[in-house]
Design a binder for this molecule. Sequence first.
Ligand code: PLP
Length: 407
Amino acid sequence: MKDVVKNIRGQMPLLNNRSTIYLDNAATSQKPMCVLDAVMKYYEQNNANPLRGLYDLSVEATEDYDKARKTVADFINAPKKEDIVFTRNATESLNLVAYSYGMNFLRNDDEIVVSIMEHHSNLLPWQQVSRQTGAKLVFFECDEKGYLDPEVLKKLCNEHTKMVCITHISNLFGRVNDIRTFAKIAHYNGAVFVCDGAQSVPHIPVDVQDLDVDFLAFSGHKMYGPMGIGALYGRTELLEKMPPFLYGGEMIEYVTRCGATYAEVPHKFEAGTVNAGGAIGMAEGIRFMQRFGFETIERIEEELTVYAFEKMRAIPHVEILGSDDPREHHGILTFVLDGVHPHDVATIFDAHGIAVRAGHHCVQPLHKHLKRMSTTRASMAFYNTKEEIDAFVECLAGIRKEMGFAD
Ligand SMILES: Cc1ncc(COP(=O)(O)O)c(C=O)c1O
C-alpha cells in the first residue's frame, strides 16, 4: 500500500508544494498533474467555442467535449453518452431536475420524499418545488447511527409519492445507503428516483443501470477534476419530456420572433458556451481513478478509515457519529469532542497544519435530528497516509488539554 500511495501522492502537486495534512476531501479533492495538464493542453492546443464553429479547431473542441461526455457516461455505466448533461456541479444537477422536472410535473396533491440526511443541495430545490407546486415534502428519517431503513420508506410511499430523493453516501456519516432497494420502492409506487452521488461516485463503483435510478447528480471537483464542472445522468425518456432549465444560445433548433424549438438531449439543457476545459478535466480525473481502479481506491480508503476510527475511538471524550463499524464510513469520520466547540477544534487542527471541516456541513436538518449544533469532520482520499492519520490523532488527543481541561 505504501508504494501505491507514494505513487499517487507524487502526482499531486499541491500535496508536494505544501506541508498541509489535507483531510477535507469530502469538500473537494486535490488535483493530479494529469488533470492540470489535460486542461492546459486543451487551452493551449484545442480551444475554440465547441458546438458552434464549422472550422477545424471548433470541430476538434467539439470532439474533445463529446469524448469527455462518453468517458463520464461509461464511468457510471449510463446506456449512452446523451444521457449525461454537463452542469457546474452536483448542486446545479439537482436544481436542473427540480426546476425542469419537479416544477413542471408535480401538482398540489403530490408528495416528495427526501431523507433527513440530504445535503442542502438535495433539499432546498425540493423545498422550492413544494412551495411553488403545493406538493408536500415528506421526511425519511434515519436512526441515530445513520441507518435508513427500507421498511420505513415503504410506509412513507403511496400513490401520492411522485419523487424520492436520497443521497447515495451521506457527507456526514459516510454510510452507503441502499439505493437499489429505495429506487425499487419508489418505482413500485410510480415515483421517480433521484440519487445524489456527490460522495459516492468518487469512492465506490456506481452503476446507474444496476441501481436503476432515474437521475444521478455528481461533481467533477470531488473526483480529482477541476471546479466548475459536474454532471447529471438522466433516464432518456425523462430527459426527453423535460423542458429546458436555462434558455439561450446553443440549446435551440430553430428560433422565431416569438418562440423556439429546442435542441436534442443533452444540448437543450446546456445553454450558452459550455465548460469544455472543465469537462475534459473531469474526464481526465476519471481516467486517473481508473488507472488505479476501485479495488485499490476502496482498499486504501478502508484501511485508512479503520486505522483512524480505532485510534479516535481510544481517545477519551471523542464521539464518532454514525455506524460503529468503521468499514461503513467510507473515509468520512464526523465527530464531537466533549466540551470543545467544533470551530475551536478545527482552529487548533489548523494551527498544527491539519485541514478538517467544522460546522453543519450543509446538513442542518440532520444535525437537528441528531440533536447537535455542529460537528467536526475528517475525510480521506486514497492519497492520504497512516502518518497523516497519526498526526491527526495525536493533535486530537491533545485538544482538550490545549483548551484548559484537566483530562
Ligand atoms: C452529499 C452531497 N451532495 C451534494 C453536494 C454539493 O456538491 P457541489 O457543492 O459540488 O455542488 C455535496 C458537497 O459537499 C455533498 O456532500
